[in-house]
Design a protein around this ligand. Structure first.
Ligand code: HEC
Ligand code: HEC
Ligand code: HEC
Length: 327
């Protein structure tokens, strides 16, 4: 009985102490003071174990050596990460170094982690450290581009990070001009479609952490001008009207019992119902169709319905078909 009373008394004192620390501001939140001895060790060990427990399995790591994927990661890194972690050959600012904990220089940060762990850290961020989470949910797929860039840093093969001071069209071109694969061509689309997409990225209606970052890096009132600049290509003849061989062409033109004919909406600029797919980059088409099929994208009900029953094989066949015609 006495033991219990003592315990209750101690618990009461503990709580009272904690309340005093909170209530009277006894805990010094200054980042200049540093942590008490041992606290840094506890925080780092907690971080390390928390990441190992939750990181995706090794066999979920996709191939990361594609140069387009690595460059896309470098492009995102330039405006989303370099301000805190610096870049290879570029120091962190004095202000970033004064954070507590301080963001490690990126060459040091990558040394401690495997690709799957880096993915988890970039997707989730780290509570109460200043390390931000990915700007949108359910886009684990695009986080791999940044991981690909970090793995290239680890291997000493990383390309230069684009200058963070690029603005306007030069900034957009650092991805849309030089990189293919997972980065879409813009020149084949009508300006009003491009502008609507920029709005959709900004509001989160169309989720993409990479394009949300890009859309907030330029003034909102420049969207129309940017869209007009990139929509440069005159309307090409509609290849769907030319008889084409193969499964991709047949699917696109006729569809199946479960899948409507894509060309009903994606025939060309004239139809006005959907963006142009002919000549678009194959890897981009595969990723977008997979996102529509999996329900990650749902901001157009008819397109969502069109993709719902697509198999992986139909996605690759259709993407190869659209990418190869009208280049
Ligand atoms: C506002 C500053 C800030 C930004 C922006 C930022 N980070 Fe961090 N990052 C941090 C801090 C602070 C930590 C935690 C360091 C610690 O716990 O010791 C961290 C931790 C990390 C780690 C784990 C490093 C380690 O060894 O503990 C990696 C990897 C990382 N960041 C990568 C990135 C990437 C990639 C981006 C861009 C998508 C990014 N960070 C954006 C501040 C930032
Ligand atoms: C870091 C690389 C990067 C930068 C910088 C960038 N983009 Fe993008 N952009 C992408 C990627 C990747 C996608 C595909 C995103 C997705 O999954 O929806 C995309 C998609 C788009 C789309 C949708 C295209 C379509 O067919 O639906 C538009 C429009 C666009 N970007 C315009 C811009 C403009 C304008 C800028 C400059 C303000 C810009 N982007 C800067 C990488 C970038
Ligand atoms: C009923 C009309 C309709 C049909 C049928 C349709 N789509 Fe779409 N699709 C759209 C619309 C509208 C969008 C643009 C939605 C938006 O605003 O982002 C779209 C977007 C897309 C995109 C993203 C393009 C980009 O640049 O980001 C791809 C890829 C696509 N559709 C492929 C297909 C394929 C393949 C089929 C056939 C299996 C198909 N669609 C059938 C209307 C349709």
């Amino acid at each position: 009985m006495r033991g219990l009373t003592t315990l209750a008394l101690l618990a009461g004192l503990g709580l009272g102490g904690a309340a005093a620390v909170v209530g009277f501001g006894l805990f010094n939140v200054s980042a200049q003071v540093g942590h008490l001895p041992g606290v840094t060790w506890v925080l780092h060990t907690t971080f390390r174990n928390s990441v190992s427990l939750r990181a995706p399995a090794d066999d979920e790591v996709p191939p990361l050596s594609d140069p387009d994927l690595v460059s896309l990661g470098a492009g995102h890194y330039a405006t989303a990460c370099a301000m805190c972690h610096g870049a290879p050959g570029e120091p962190r600012s004095a202000t970033a170094r004064s954070m507590l904990p301080a963001p490690p220089p990126i060459t040091e940060a990558v040394a401690h982690w495997e690709a799957n762990e880096l993915h988890w850290i970039i997707q989730n961020g780290a509570k109460m450290t200043g390390m931000p989470a990915w700007p949108v949910e359910k886009r684990e797929d695009e986080v791999w581009a940044v991981v690909a860039f970090l793995v290239a840093i680890k291997g000493g093969t990383a390309p230069d990070v684009p200058s963070p001071t690029l603005t306007g069209t030069a900034y957009c071109q650092s991805c849309h001009g030089d990189i293919g694969g997972p980065v879409p061509r813009l020149d084949i689309q009508p300006a009003d479609y491009l502008e609507a997409q920029l709005d959709a990225y900004l509001t989160g209606k169309r989720p993409s952490g990479i394009m949300a970052q890009a859309a907030t890096h330029v003034p909102e009132n420049s969207f129309a001008e940017l869209a007009a600049y990139f929509s440069s290509k005159p309307a090409a003849p509609v290849p769907g009207l030319v008889p084409e061989e193969g499964l991709g062409a047949a699917l696109a033109a006729q569809g199946t019992r479960d899948v409507p004919a894509c060309l009903a909406c994606h025939g060309g600029q004239e139809t006005g119902k959907g963006p142009r797919l002919f000549g678009q980059n194959e890897a981009y088409l595969v990723s977008q169709l997979t996102l529509w099929r999996n329900g990650v994208l749902s901001h157009d009900a008819l397109m969502a319905a069109a993709a719902r029953e697509l198999t992986d094989k139909e996605i690759t066949t259709l993407s190869r078909y659209f990418a190869s015609v009208g280049r």
